[in-house]
Design a protein around this ligand. Structure first.
Ligand SMILES: CC(C)(COP(=O)(O)OP(=O)(O)OC[C@H]1O[C@@H](n2cnc3c(N)ncnc32)[C@H](O)[C@@H]1OP(=O)(O)O)[C@@H](O)C(=O)NCCC(=O)NCCS
Length: 430
């Protein structure tokens, strides 16, 4: 069975504090955030920047002016200009895709030192013109006379002038992520109380992990440009004081009449960036660096978006476990991306279901039971936030650091993504 040999080491990972969109980093772009984190990662790891052979970055809502954010990160951080940069996109799993793309380069022996990561600014989404208005602008630009230019706009209606902001929606189904999660909650019978309980757990654990200093190795301090007056040291979405009663009062957002998903049990719109430094085990040894973990296996899978959109990890998990030659019960640290509490609880339900195993996974027995108490021990995306392109790197780093802290051997990362995609990655401590 396939697995990474020679091994790919995670030397260390770092992220900016995550911030509610429109707050600390409201005036920054994903590129600004990516540059901040990569510069600090290189600095902290003490490597010679000339050793870096590639930067791979994930980003979901790219800038139309600088679509290859990975290369712009290289050019904007003082890294040697000879380093190529490649940007990958797999919705919320983009950062995982960046990491596995980088790991594959190392595995093949094409590189021994690669930076992978991702960044997102939901404060800086491109606002588009309608097609009719855009066509009129292009037509006008080709006219020589003032009359001709004005004439290009004559057929436009008032509605053509309305800005067209991208929605967090599936182009195939037309449903937003929230509506898709709402569908999953209904079909799987996930009650509102269970979702709020998971959200509360996410906040309580994130607050405790922050207070205990568990993020000290993975969250940097950002002195926010261009004025450098605002110093951001920790995530600003974590609510240490939230309660089940406060969560229960929030109104459903995506199905206002019969829904269960609220601002409290969904991941919030977030700005932030995260990155990891990957090396071949051999290179790390030669430099005397102690890796925080190794990538043992990974798998991507997809399900029909018209079925249950955010169940992708259920399909990826068994393949990743088989490739690592281990069982779910061998895993000591689990990080499951929390797009919505309803999605986490639905993923857990399907992973433990014999019916799903037989009908959808072609297996006679379920993949196994995941104890919700054992996952996301330092909180998850509901509390910490979810800058789409960065989340995978945050989670991989946290799993590695938790493996080091707890002495467990195997860690698991799962991330669901738009398009019905899911990724599962198995990490090991040594
Ligand atoms: C759900 C969503 C629409 C909410 O957006 P929002 O309304 O701007 O959210 P806010 O942060 O303003 O919160 C709304 C209210 O809930 C309250 N609230 C949020 N979380 C809370 C918590 N844990 N405890 C108590 N109150 C909470 C806020 O204080 C706010 O109250 P206010 O209106 O009195 O100020 C938005 O976060 C969203 O779209 N999330 C999903 C993103 C997504 O689809 N991601 C893709 C995943 S695949």
């Amino acid at each position: 069975m396939w697995q990474y040999t020679p091994r790919v080491a995670v030397i260390r990972g770092l992220r900016t504090p995550f911030a509610k969109s429109g707050t600390h980093y409201g005036h920054l772009s994903a590129l600004d955030l990516g540059k901040i984190v990569v510069a600090e990662l290189v600095e902290r790891s003490g490597i010679d920047p000339n050793d870096v052979q590639e930067v791979v970055f994930g980003n979901v809502i790219p800038s139309v002016k600088a679509p290859n954010i990975a290369r712009e990160v290289v050019l904007g951080t003082g890294l040697p200009r000879k380093i190529p940069g490649v940007t990958v996109g797999m919705a919320c799993a983009s950062s995982n895709q960046a990491i596995t793309t980088a790991a594959d380069l190392i595995f093949r022996g094409y590189a021994d030192t690669v930076i992978a990561g991702g960044a997102e600014s939901l404060s800086d989404v491109p606002i588009l013109f309608s097609k009719n208005f855009a066509d009129a602008l292009i037509t006008a630009s080709k006219q020589k006379s003032v009359g001709g230019k004005v004439g290009a706009f004559r057929k436009l209606k008032m509605k053509d002038f309305a800005p067209d902001a991208p929605a967090i929606a599936e182009s195939t189904t037309g449903l937003t992520m929230g509506e898709s999660a709402e569908k999953m909650a209904k079909e799987n019978g996930i009650p509102r109380e269970a979702q709020d309980k998971l959200a509360l757990q996410s906040h309580t654990r994130a607050a405790k992990a922050t207070a205990d200093g568990r993020f000290k190795d993975e969250v940097m301090t950002v002195v926010v440009p261009p004025t450098y007056e605002n110093i951001v040291e920790s995530d600003n979405l974590v609510r240490a004081d939230t309660t089940l009663e406060a969560l229960a009062k929030l109104k459903p957002v995506f199905d206002r009449k019969f829904g269960t998903i609220t601002a409290g049990n969904a991941s919030p719109l977030t700005d932030g960036a995260a990155a990891v430094l990957l090396m071949s085990e051999e290179k790390a040894k030669a430099l005397g660096l102690k890796p925080i973990g190794f990538i043992k296996s990974y798998a991507y899978a997809a399900t029909d978006p018209f079925d249950q959109l955010l169940q992708g990890p259920v399909f990826a998990l068994p393949a990743a476990l088989d490739r690592a030659k281990i069982k779910l019960e061998d895993i000591g640290v689990i990080e499951m991306h929390e797009a919505f509490a309803a999605q986490v609880l639905s993923n857990i339900q399907w992973i433990g279901s014999k019916k799903i195993a037989q009908e959808k996974l072609g297996r006679s027995e379920p993949v196994g039971d995941i104890d919700p108490e054992k996952i996301n021990n330092t909180g998850g995306s509901i509390a910490l936030g979810h800058p789409f392109g960065a989340t995978g790197s945050r989670i991989v780093t946290t799993v590695c650091n938790e493996l080091q802290r707890t002495g467990q051997q195997y860690g698991l990362v799962t991330v669901c993504a738009a398009g019905g995609i899911g990724v599962a990655m198995v990490l090991e401590r040594e």
